[in-house]
Ligand binder design. Sequence first.
Ligand SMILES: Cc1ncc(COP(=O)(O)O)c(C=O)c1O
Length: 336
Amino acid sequence: MALNELNGILTTIGNTPLVRLDKIMPRLKAQVYAKIERFNPGGSIKDRPAISMLLGKIQAGELKPAQSVVVESSSGNMAIGLAQVCRYFGLHFICVVDAKTTEQNIAILRAFQATVEVVEEPDPVTGEYLAVRLRRVRELVEKDPNAYWPDQYANPLNPRSHEETMREIAEALDGRVDHLLCTVSTTGTLRGCVDYVRKHGMTTRAVAVDAVGSVLFGAPIGRRLIPGHGASVRPALFDPAMADEVVHVTDLDCVVGCRRLTLREAILAGGSSGAVVAALEKLAPTIPDGSNCVLILADGGDRYLDTIYSDAWVNKHFGEVSHLWKDEPGPRVTTC
Ligand SMILES: Cc1ncc(COP(=O)(O)O)c(C=O)c1O
């Protein structure tokens, strides 16, 4: 059973739009395109690996409705992607999240009938939750013979699903993709895209956009406010050779990138989308005129209304910084 042999909502995964952004950096003499992954039915790029990691097992009869239990650690998009796929196939899903997971995401998971386990205490040494969440997943899987852990951090089907993402981009641009800017966490998206690029002899320069405070490329661990990109533990999928270049961005860079995307292009996007916009701005002086640059916008902004798009939240964490995006003409307000 391939994705195109399914019926129902899951057939709408993939084939997301690639749109040209003429306004985001008007002085850049290159074409900028955005792959808008919020159009996947679960709202993010993670729908692709979610279906990819489960479908083969369902097809082989290894995962059975009302009997098998899927267990994964994720506090955001992968959780929602898996919850949706499990609901469709009648599989029980236990999602291990942590105290930083938003109420909205927990509500979405519960709407899909997932069981949500919240890890309350971070690792005492690093102050991070990921290692504790993964320990809890192992415990759950060890005690239940019907449990399956897709393990997005190590499963090769995660990057393989993103070869399709790159195929869609390459075909839309007749194979001419000069720069690909992609955020990293499990590194599945970037690895899959780069695998496609190499298999097809493309000359695309792959730019990994990582968070300041993420350990992926050997930088010191630090506090990060914006979920999605970055990692506190280097995943098994990590391969340093997948990136031609690495750009680190701060939380504030993400906020500014997101706000500019909304004001200039009318795109309400998630934190890691702001990260790729910020990275493009940093790289702009090195991008040759006429290049095709593709930004992967991993999710939408609706899940960040209380943070990135809240003036009060931004003020609390960064002070008064609205001048960084307020060069834009605002809405006309008329009073009568
Ligand atoms: C919003 C967002 N952006 C970027 C990423 C990084 O993608 P990957 O795990 O494929 O490296 C994630 C991963 O969860 C994400 O949720």
